[in-house]
Design a protein around this ligand. Structure first.
Ligand code: GDG
Length: 464
C-alpha cells in the first residue's frame, strides 16, 4: 500500500507519551505505523534561527515504520501564523464569533508564507505514490502550495473545526483566496453535513462552481476554479473500548476515590474543556447559578466541577475569558456556599486521561455547552465512560457537531441559561430506565463509529 504522509500543526513525536497525546494523535500514529509513513509539521518550538540557511531543513526522528519531520517557527512566524491568523482570525471566524476577529494583513501574509515554507520543505521528502492527509485550519493553503511546486499526489484535508456559512466567511478579507486554495485538495472532509453544506453554498453562490453527488452520503462532488474534488462529512469518533477500559480503571483510582469521598453522596455535574471561548463555559456557570436560584432543593445536594486547563494563554481573548470565569466562580460560591458545601469547583489544570475517565464515570451529568464546536470529543468520552447499569445523563449543546449523533442526550440551546438550568434539573432527577435507554442508544453510535472507523473511511475515500 502507498505510504501515508500526515501533516498537522503539532506532531506527536515518539518521545511524547501516548497517554498524554490524546485520541487523535494515537489514531494517526496507528495509521502511520500500520502502513508506514511520514508525519510532518511544526515541532512546537519557537526559535530565532528557524529560517537561517543552515537550519531550514526539518529535524528527523524515526520509530518503527514511522518517520517524523518537524520544523521550528521563528518568533515572528509564531506570532503571525499561529497566534494571530490561525488562532485570533480563523478560529473565531469558524466559530461564528465575528466580534472577536482580529485581522491584519501582516498576519495573513505571515500565514501564507509559513504554508509556502512548509510546502517547500515537504516537497523533497515526498515520493510519487504517497497519499497525503493534511489536518486543520493552520494548513488550508498547503495543498495549493504543494501543487504550485508540481506535486500531483492525492491530497486530502480534514477540518476539525466548523466551516462557517458563506455570509460569515465573507467577513474575512482574503476569503476568495482561501477557498480557491482549499479546492487544490482531492478530498475535503468535515465533521458534519452542516459544514459540507456551508462550503457547497459558498461554491455555488460565491465561487460560481457546481455541486453534485450525495452530500449526505459523504460523496459530494464540487467543481470550481478549474478543479474537481470530493467533499463529505466524516464525523470523528473516539477509541470507545479504550475509554470503557480507562473508565473502569479510573473509577478505582486514588483520585476518583478521593473525589467520591469529598462529595459525601452529592451528585456531580462535570464540565471538561480547554479554556476556550467557543466552549460556552460562562453560559454553563450562569446555568448552574440559575439552577441553584430557581430550584433550592438542589442546594447542598449538587456540586459542579469544571476542569479547564489553560489554553492559548498568549491570546488576549483567552485571558479575558479567564478573568470572567474567575469572577463567576467567586460570585456563585460567594452567594450559595455553605460552611460544608462549595457549589462550584473550578480547576485550571489537566489530568491524565484515565483519571478524567474515572471522573466522568462518577458524574451524574456531563455538561457540554459549546456555542460552536466542530465535534466535541468530551461529549463522546463522557458517554463511553458511564456505568451501563447506572449511567449518567449528557446535556449537550445543539451547536456541537456531536449533537447530530448523540441524540440520546438532552439537547440544549447554550444561549438560554434558564433552559440549560431546566435541562440540568431534568438530568439530575431522571429515572434510571430513561437514563439507560438514552445511554444505550448513544453507546451504539459510539461503537459503530470509532476513531479507527473515521480514519479508515477517510483514507479509503481518499484512495478511491
Ligand atoms: C478540536 C475541535 C473536535 C481536556 N482536558 C483534559 C484533556 N482534555 C481532552 C479531552 C478531549 C480533548 O482534550 C478536547 O477535545 P474536544 O473535541 O472537546 O475539543 P478541541 O480541543 O477544541 O478539538 C473539536 C476535535 O478537534 C477533534 O476533531 O472534536 O470540535 O475544536 O479529548 O478529553 N485531556 C487530558 N487532561 C485534561 O485535563 N488528558
Amino acid at each position: 500500500m502507498a505510504r501515508l504522509v500526515v501533516v498537522s500543526n503539532r506532531v506527536a513525536m515518539p518521545r511524547e507519551r501516548l497517554s498524554r497525546a490524546g485520541g487523535l494523535a494515537v489514531a494517526l500514529r496507528e495509521a502511520l505505523q500500520s502502513q508506514g509513513g511520514l508525519w510532518f509539521g511544526w515541532s512546537g518550538e519557537v526559535n530565532e534561527q528557524a529560517t537561517a540557511p543552515d537550519r531550514l531543513a526539518p529535524r528527523h526522528a524515526r520509530q518503527g515504520r514511522v518517520e517524523y519531520a518537524v520544523l521550528d517557527l521563528t518568533p515572528e512566524e509564531h506570532r503571525q501564523f499561529y497566534l494571530e491568523f490561525a488562532n485570533a482570525t480563523l478560529w473565531p471566524l469558524c466559530h461564528y464569533r465575528l466580534g472577536l476577529i482580529n485581522f491584519n494583513r501582516a498576519s495573513w501574509e505571515g500565514y501564507l508564507a509559513v504554508n509556502a515554507r512548509f510546502a517547500e520543505q515537504l516537497v523533497p521528502l515526498l515520493r510519487p505514490d504517497d497519499v497525503i492527509w493534511i489536518h486543520d485550519y493552520h494548513f488550508i493553503p498547503l495543498a495549493a502550495e504543494l501543487r504550485r511546486r508540481g506535486v500531483q499526489n492525492r491530497i486530502g484535508f480534514f477540518l476539525h473545526i466548523p466551516f462557517p456559512a458563506p455570509e460569515v466567511l465573507a467577513a474575512l478579507p482574503g476569503h476568495e483566496r482561501l477557498v480557491r486554495d482549499l479546492c487544490a485538495y482531492d478530498l475535503i472532509g468535515f465533521q458534519t453535513i452542516g459544514d459540507v453544506r456551508a462550503l457547497s453554498e459558498y461554491i455555488l453562490h460565491e465561487a460560481g462552481g457546481t455541486v453534485s453527488g450525495d452530500l449526505d452520503g459523504a460523496d459530494g462532488h464540487i467543481t470550481a476554479y478549474g478543479r474537481s474534488l470530493r467533499i463529505g462529512a466524516f464525523p470523528i469518533g473516539i477509541d470507545t473500548e479504550e475509554f470503557v477500559r480507562m473508565a473502569v480503571a479510573g473509577a478505582g483510582s486514588a483520585e476518583t476515590r478521593r473525589l467520591t469521598e469529598s462529595l459525601v453522596g452529592r451528585s456531580l455535574v462535570i464540565g471538561v474543556d480547554r479554556l476556550d471561548y467557543s466552549k460556552g463555559i460562562p453560559q454553563r456557570f450562569e446555568a448552574f447559578h440559575h439552577l441553584l436560584g430557581a430550584r433550592p432543593e438542589h442546594r447542598g445536594k449538587v456540586t459542579f466541577m469544571q476542569i479547564a486547563p489553560i489554553s492559548r494563554g498568549e491570546v488576549a481573548q483567552y485571558r479575558k475569558l479567564r478573568n470572567e470565569l474567575d469572577g463567576l466562580t467567586g460570585r456563585i460560591n460567594g452567594k450559595f456556599a455553605e460552611f460544608d458545601w462549595v457549589p462550584v469547583r473550578y480547576l485550571n489544570k489537566a489530568f491524565s486521561r484515565e483519571t478524567l475517565a474515572g471522573f466522568y464515570r462518577h458524574a451524574r451529568v456531563g455538561f457540554v455547552t459549546p456555542l460552536r464546536d466542530g465535534m466535541n470529543l468530551v461529549a463522546k468520552e463522557y458517554v463511553a465512560s458511564q456505568d451501563p447499569d447506572d449511567p449518567g445523563v449528557l446535556v449537550l449543546s445543539r451547536f456541537a457537531g456531536a449533537a447530530r449523533e448523540m441524540q440520546g442526550a438532552l439537547i440544549v440551546n447554550p444561549y438560554d441559561s434558564e433552559a440549560l438550568a431546566e435541562a440540568l434539573d431534568r438530568a439530575l432527577t431522571m429515572p434510571r430506565d430513561e437514563r439507560r435507554s438514552r445511554w444505550e442508544s448513544m453507546m451504539a453510535v459510539l461503537r459503530a463509529n470509532t476513531i479507527t472507523h473515521w480514519r479508515e473511511r477517510f483514507l479509503s475515500q481518499l484512495r478511491a
